[in-house]
Design a protein around this ligand. Structure first.
Ligand code: GDD
Length: 370
């Protein structure tokens, strides 16, 4: 049986043969010294150097070290999400393999989450934080990315940090779809959290190996920020807007039905020579069929998984509701005109609206139900 585990330390890697053994050793040492029962999860994107055999060898002799090798959808953020999925504990720590993040700080992140914070962010830009030995170009790019992230999350000084910890419930079930490097921004945008604490740290540029940051990474980041803005707008307005969209579509379909009805009534009576009441029955029925088909393939398309048998019963239900609507319309017309003395065209308008409300609500809950 697996040992109990209080912390999962996720290390994303790509070609880190110079650093990986040392960082595992350092993280393991910090966990042991601080009495934290933790696992170390290396999530590798099919490195071309010796990273994989090195980690395999370590995990063969050290039970708390695991290796995940990914062969598809290459990316730092995607690897971290995969790490979250496989992690055994409820506190998830992310750290780079190249010692740009000091492993000695891991216990502070761990305690912050245990103390009730949802997210603990390692910050280079809060008091006590800093960056050592970065070229000017890298500083400018980072400041740009950070400034952009701070528009979305003003209360957080380093929303693009790669050094952070989260409670599992923040990310479980969150629709994370990150690309590129900025996994923390994605979590802040789409995860479930209330409290964030910041832990200052000094970012040291790697001594071994090379950064994998590319120009495309910035494009990914901008796209990701756009996705987060869209997500938060939809999260607030989505369900209401989706329902109104259906109401508007249902109304437009109803309007098309009026044209079908009037056109057929005219054609069957004037051209085919049928008695006008016979034409009216055919016209009403065919406009109901018209409305059903359009509502089925358009208005409620997102709800139904169309199966023939169900479709027949949906039509039966729609037909019955429409007849009910017709009765409501007629009853309103009669009562308002004859009993209340309202002008008959105004009364009819009230009847049409009442029937529309009936048709929409009853069909929404009985005909096109999930
Ligand atoms: N699995 C996987 N897949 N890991 C990757 C990939 C990838 O495609 N690219 C990079 N890594 C791993 C590296 O092996 C290293 O452990 C860590 O991710 C950071 O990679 P670097 O390429 O060294 O990142 P950086 O120093 O440029 O960027 C760091 O700082 C940024 C803030 O300025 C990272 O921590 C970023 O997450 C952070 O946003």
């Amino acid at each position: 049986m697996a040992e109990p585990c209080d912390l999962s330390v996720i290390i994303p890697t790509f070609n880190e043969e110079e650093n990986i053994a040392a960082i595992i050793d350092a993280v393991d040492g910090v966990l042991t010294q601080n009495g934290i029962r933790g696992e170390i999860l290396v999530v590798d994107d099919d490195s071309k150097d010796r990273t994989i055999p090195i980690v395999r060898e370590i995990s063969g002799r050290q039970e708390n070290v695991r290796l995940i090798v990914r062969r598809e959808d290459h990316g730092l953020s995607q690897s971290v999400v995969e790490g979250f999925r496989s992690a055994r504990s409820d506190i998830l720590q992310v750290i780079d393999a190249d010692f740009s993040h000091p492993p000695d700080l891991i216990p502070r992140f761990y305690e912050a989450i245990r103390g009730g914070a949802d997210i603990a962010v390692g910050s280079r830009y809060t008091k006590g934080g800093d960056i050592e030995a970065w070229p000017l170009k890298r500083r400018i790019i980072s400041l740009g990315a950070t400034a952009f992230g701070r528009i979305l999350f003003p209360e957080i000084t380093d929303p693009v940090s790669g050094f952070f910890a989260v409670g599992r419930e923040v990310v479980d079930g969150a629709p994370l779809a990150p690309r590129g490097y900025k996994i923390l921004t994605e979590i802040l945008g789409k995860g479930r959290w209330r409290t964030v604490v910041e832990i200052p740290f000094v970012f040291k540029d790697r001594e071994e190996g090379a950064s994998k940051l590319r120009a495309g990474t910035m494009v990914d980041y901008l796209r990701q920020c756009g996705g987060i803005v869209r997500f938060s707008v939809t999260r607030r307005t989505g369900p209401v807007w989706a329902e109104w969209k259906k109401v508007v579509r249902f109304g437009l379909v109803g309007l098309s039905g009026i044209f079908v009805n009037m056109g057929l009534l005219y054609a069957l009576t004037e051209i085919a020579g049928l008695y006008y009441l016979v034409s009216a029955v055919i016209a009403i029925e065919l406009s109901i069929v018209n409305n059903f088909v359009l509502n089925d393939v358009w208005t409620f398309r997102s709800i139904e998984f169309l199966k023939f048998k169900r479709k027949v019963s949906r039509f039966g239900s729609f037909q019955a509701v429409s007849m009910g609507g017709l009765v409501i319309n007629m009853a309103a017309l009669y009562l308002l005109t004859d009993v209340a003395g309202v002008y008959y065209l105004v009364a009819n308008l009230a009847g049409v609206f009442t029937a529309f409300a009936w048709n929409y609500m009853v069909n929404r809950h009985y005909t096109w139900t999930k």
